[in-house]
Design a protein around this ligand. Structure first.
Ligand code: ADP
Ligand code: MG
Length: 377
């Protein structure tokens, strides 16, 4: 990183920060409903080498993007002004300025091992790496959760993606060998010990390498559907529903909104159940919760797709303890929980099933819960 930085900018970076991608164990599409989630950070990182500048310019370069250094004026950062990948890092700087932080410009060089658009949150990894680097460069003293929320503000307000806060909180706040139990409304999180390897288990990520176009508008539509359901029920958010409310909900809501509410209620329940099983040391019993979560996303939220369903079904047929699509939906990645001894059989079966179906080969890699953003140089 340092050498490339020197080549691009002609000086040494002052700091290098790394922020990880994430997979969510359970609690999907619950963050923007004020609910609960249980992500882990994965050992794939976005790195940012950074040096501050006195002249109010923000210069950006990414090893993943061809083209010259992007040179922006801090004074002219307004939503809509940047429409390329640079909206994510520039958005973080904009969010810091909006927050009233006293910051100046910077030279940033970015490199990453988080696949983009695979549902592993390369966007949050990028935002968090930049937020933490800036916090360090300018001695802002902001906490990890505060930086995560500024990163989310960048994605919502500057990059124009209406995501919840889970991805950024995971990238910022996760611990090694733990899952992060998020209570979005309370603004609270706690570490839940989760070390599959210590239990002879493995968590496999299967990147289906498909991203169906449908996903772009669908996320916003689902979010507004959930908000409309809450409004019609006179609630601040669907978080306020309990399973006992579901029969009433089925009568009070228009038919298309009922399954959305049902998913959010049952999914929040699954997060609570997953946390209690992990706390009791019953790690393998996470499996059925993952599979139930997948069924809910497939049947109630209707955001799975043939490729993700094929991974889940094939993995379960070949000994997996549980499997589910993770992330926003319509492609991206699936997570599979399995005993280590079954991993190879699952890998072979999923790859073969994709070939038979005529899909491109998926990328499969085991992950273990990793630490959140940290300074590495
Ligand atoms: P995901 O977060 O699931 O990977 P998103 O669509 O939310 O998918 O974010 C992917 C986008 O984030 C990319 O299209 C690109 O604009 C930006 N991005 C992520 N990582 C990098 C990187 N290393 N360099 C440049 N842009 C990146
Ligand atoms: Mg993203």
């Amino acid at each position: 990183m340092k050498e490339v930085f020197r080549r691009i900018y002609g000086t040494d970076p002052e700091v290098v920060w790394a922020a990880p991608g994430r997979v969510n164990l359970i609690g999907e599409h619950t963050d923007y409903n004020d609910g609960f989630a249980l992500p882990i950070a994965i050992p794939r990182h976005t790195l940012v080498a950074a040096r501050h500048r006195q002249d109010g310019r923000l210069r950006l370069h990414s090893a993943q993007v061809d083209g010259p250094v992007i040179d922006l004026d801090l004074a002219r950062l307004t939503p809509g002004a940047v429409t390329t990948w640079a909206a994510y890092p520039a958005g973080v700087v904009w969010a810091l300025l909006e927050d009233g932080q006293r910051i100046g410009g910077a030279d940033l060089h970015i490199d990453s091992t988080v696949p983009t658009g695979a549902g592993l949150s390369s966007s949050a990894a990028l935002e968090c790496a930049v937020a933490f680097a800036y916090n360090d460069l300018y001695g802002l003293g902001l906490s990890a959760p505060a930086l995560a929320l500024l990163a989310q503000r960048a994605e919502n307000g500057f990059a124009g993606v209406p995501c919840g806060a889970m991805d950024q909180l995971a990238s910022a706040c996760c611990n090694e060998a733990a899952a992060l139990h998020l209570d979005i409304r309370a603004g609270a999180h706690e570490q839940v010990p989760f070390d599959p390897q210590a239990h002879g288990l493995s968590l496999l990520v299967v990147d289906t390498r498909v991203k169906h176009d449908l996903g772009d508008g669908a996320y916003a539509a689902l979010r507004s559907g959930c908000e409309e359901a809450a409004r019609r029920l006179g609630l601040a958010a669907l978080r306020d529903l309990t399973p006992a409310d579901l029969p009433r909900v089925a009568e009070d809501l228009p038919a298309p909104l009922v399954p959305l509410a049902r998913h959010v209620v049952t999914e929040n329940g699954r997060v609570a159940e997953a946390v209690s099983r992990l706390r009791a040391g019953h790690v393998a019993k996470l499996g059925p919760i993952l599979t139930e979560g997948h069924a809910s996303l497939r049947d109630d939220f209707r955001i799975s797709c043939a490729e993700s369903d094929l991974v889940v079904d094939t993995a379960l047929a070949h000994g997996a303890l549980g499997a589910r699509m993770t992330g926003g939906g319509f492609g991206g990645s699936v997570i599979v929980l399995a005993e280590e001894g079954w991993l190879e059989a699952i890998r072979i079966a999923v790859t073969a099933a994709f070939r038979v179906a005529g899909y491109q080969d998926p990328h499969l890699f085991p992950v273990s819960p990793a630490a959140g953003a940290r300074r590495i140089a």
